[in-house]
Design a protein around this ligand. Sequence first.
Ligand code: GDP
Length: 478
Amino acid sequence: GSENGSARLSSGDKLIGGLLIPGFDEGSCLSRYRSSLYRRTSTHKPSLYLLSMLRDYEALHRRCGPHTKPYDEAVEQLKSGNSVSLTECKYVVWMSYSGLGNKILTLASAFLYALLTNRVLLVDGGKDMADLFCEPFPEKSWLLPNDFPLVDQFGNFDSKSPNCHGNMLKMNTLNTSIESVPSYLYLHLAHDYDDHDKLFFCDQEQALLDRVPWLILKTDNYFVPSLFLIPSFEHKLSNLFPQKDTVFHHLGRYLFHPSNHVWGLITRYYEAYLASADERIGIQVRVFESEPGPFQHVMDQILGCTLKEKLLPEVDKEGSSSVPLERPRVKAVLMTSLSSGYYEQLRTLYWEYPTKTGDVITVYQPSYEMYQQTEKKTHNRKAWAEIYLLSLSDVLVTSAWSTFGYVAQGLSGSKPWILYKAENMTTPNPPCRRAMSMEPCFHAPPFYDCKAKKGIDTGKVVPHVRHCEDMSWGLKLV
Ligand code: GDP
């Protein structure tokens, strides 16, 4: 019972294995130093090299962040349009794009890219991002100032823009002589990017990009696995992450601290419904159909998976079970879904019948928003709170293809059971499979050998970059 909850509340690895530094104002971001009260201490320790790179990054961000002298100079140069002299600091600007799960994954990808290339990460998407997340870096904001010269053009940036890196390669308009590198390039790494955009993942292009002060990045993909296939990054990456499947786990816990609003949603829900349970099971149901559901084949799949893998106990429909235990074990199921149907059915099932083990199953779902409403503040707050609550579970069941689930599994540090994507409205067999690693899947990776200049299977180049369980053409770190 409640001792269990409060035991956690005193465990405290406040600085999460050294990922965080002390000294931030606690009141303006309660979650930063309190997450350890709700989570088990991670069994995955960040490397000392990662910790020292983070400290170096923090110093860089302090020196080059918004409205510092180097920032102002780099902005002036951007306005003047030429890039004859190198700027003191270089930047990568992340553009807000796609659903919340995607955003969190791409921000982590952009941050790793910034670490690898000594760039400062700045985040577009102002109010919305500030409403959901605390500032991760000390002293200087990570938010791109509103008066940044290109913000008015962000909306028009796409693969055909004149400053799009891939487009310039295609049109042969990218002058690569030292004197004339452009002051900024737009990197189109969204799901619909083409072969020229994908040359981003080649060393030759990285050498060129290295000289461009401002990179503006738009992506809805976790592109980290392909960074591991770029030779010039190899050495640094293997020092940063000796355990390769912990990239998002560490960077996610370092970067993403829920704002106080969202922290309130998380902690109130946790204390009210989850803290006193003996075990917490998160089930994330994401159905990519045009109808909202609920669907019988999905319900069958949820039950098929959780019973077969013994994550939940069978019910005794004959009623032959022995008398209820005096103090039964309580398993709390936290469901998340846009629909309320699965939660209602599961809750009813465990109310109407006893379990064969004598355990008592409680079932909760914080919201059922029916459909995705990325433009709405309260909707996004709830989505972030639910992702975070899922990540506080002891056991996770997630849905194939969903970045929402990837974020939860990465933050939690556990390998989920993945509910396979149903085809033709039929429950897949087997209904779920344990993930190889807790890393997110890169849904649209390049299949190109930059050296040989021909197509290859990039899932077969190194043992730690493989095809995903839930998407055969995707890539993930294991
Ligand atoms: P993905 O589409 O599953 O990869 O995840 P994203 O987070 O990128 O986009 C889906 C969006 O739909 C979320 O950000 C939410 O806005 C909404 N959404 C999907 N599933 C849920 C859910 O279980 N709970 C809530 N609150 N929102 C959800």
